[in-house]
Design a binder for this molecule. Structure first.
Ligand SMILES: NC(=O)c1ccc[n+]([C@@H]2O[C@H](COP(=O)([O-])OP(=O)(O)OC[C@H]3O[C@@H](n4cnc5c(N)ncnc54)[C@H](O)[C@@H]3O)[C@@H](O)[C@H]2O)c1
Length: 356
């Protein structure tokens, strides 16, 4: 039976992954270790909270004793030892890393090292079918010009404190694989979109602001290009790599779906206005603001390795995925209110959301 430790499972991708995993597997245990920072929200998991295969542990990946107890089975319903780890927990927003990189160094680098050390201590090479998947980002590769794609062999060249912290953690994972031959895997994906994303990131922030008829602050000229991947496609790809990926390898995961930021903002204006039955005039809210420092121009993933070796490619058509996403945010106003009010207000866009 799979006993999965998911770190950062109360965040955007982690919570979607937990729902996906419990739906897909009858017999399994999922233990969610999450510190509940501003971007972690237990209401992301309302649907599974009473599932007896799901366990929530509030805690920090920097707490090695806690991680060791979880791996040893102390938090599993029947004391089962963990045999899968999917590591999402991270500080994830580039703008915040530009303002203060310390939490990024702590969680993303030191936290990953602590998880690796806890696994090294508890892992029994002989009787374990353990697999640990480290979820990383295409941002570790740096920025592309107008042409070309990131492959797994593209040299790491991070430009923001966020991507530098993720690249550092990738290198630790690589080094622990080379040194200790631990059962480790790395995935690097492009920008995800979908339900339950904290509304400091481009798509939910823009939807939220259109609904409230507030300014849509777009960095520079809005010509930076991102490759958008539906979060449910990403969850499936993670599961495929977790079970079938070659240990020690890196797998790129992309949507083959490049968009300029300004085109996404324009599209969202039309979709939200349409869905709310309003006159299509929200584009007037677009305000170009001073560009993000060190703003990467273009990311684009070559995902042929995961397709050729593991048979995965994205299933969702962007036009459908983005419509479903818009509909979800419009139907879940209470969730939006919850995550952008009260204790979250200090961190929310007023302070950090300079642009998208
Ligand atoms: N969102 C994207 O488009 C994207 C793209 C590529 C890679 N990634 C990577 O995917 C992972 C998940 O991203 P996301 O968008 O879901 O992030 P998120 O910010 O929505 O969620 C991060 C989660 O980690 C938790 N967390 C933070 N520090 C912790 C700590 N010290 N101990 C335990 N839990 C902690 C938070 O409470 C939160 O629940 C990250 O590693 C990120 O780098 C995200």
């Amino acid at each position: 039976m799979k006993v999965v430790l998911v770190t950062g499972g109360a965040g955007f991708i982690g919570s979607n992954f937990i729902r996906y995993y419990l739906n897909k597997n009858q017999e399994c245990v999922v233990i969610n270790l999450d510190k509940l920072t501003y971007s972690g929200n237990l209401s992301n998991l309302d649907e599974v909270v009473s599932d007896n295969r799901y366990v929530f542990v509030k805690g920090d990946i920097l707490d090695k004793d806690l991680v060791l107890r979880i791996l040893g089975g102390d938090y599993s319903p029947n004391g089962q030892k963990v045999n899968r780890i999917v590591h999402f927990a991270a500080e994830s927003h580039v703008d915040r890393s530009i303002k203060d990189s310390s939490p990024f160094v702590q969680t993303n680098i030191v936290g990953t090292q602590i998880l690796l050390d806890a696994l090294r201590e508890s892992w029994n090479k002989e009787d374990s079918d353990m697999r640990f998947l480290h979820v990383s980002t295409d941002e570790v590769y740096g920025s592309l010009g107008e042409t070309g794609y990131f492959t797994e062999d593209t040299p790491i060249n991070p430009n923001s404190p966020y991507s530098a912290s993720k690249a550092s953690s990738d290198l630790l994972v690589r080094a622990y694989y080379e040194t200790f031959k631990m059962p480790l895997l790395i995935t690097r994906c492009s920008n995800n979109y979908g339900a339950y994303q904290f509304p400091e990131k481009l798509i939910p922030l823009v939807i939220n602001n259109i609904v409230k008829q507030e300014n849509l602050p777009v960095y520079g000229k809005g010509i930076n290009v991102r490759d958008w991947l539906y979060v449910m496609d990403h969850c499936e790809a993670i599961d495929v790599v977790l079970e079938n990926g070659k240990l020690g390898d890196v797998y790129n995961i992309g949507g083959n779906n490049e968009w300029k930021n300004i085109d996404i903002v324009n599209l969202l204006c039309d979709l939200v206005d349409d869905a709310l039955g309003r006159e299509k005039n929200s584009k007037r809210l677009i305000k170009f603001v001073q560009d993000r420092l060190g703003h990467d121009m273009r990311y684009a993933i070559d995902a042929s390795k995961i397709k050729n070796e593991l048979g995965w490619s994205p299933k969702y058509v962007f036009e459908d995925g983005i419509r479903e996403t818009v509909a979800w945010y419009l139907e879940n106003k209470a969730w939006l209110e919850n995550v952008t009010s009260g204790a979250y207000t200090d961190y929310y866009a007023k302070q950090y959301g300079d642009g998208v």
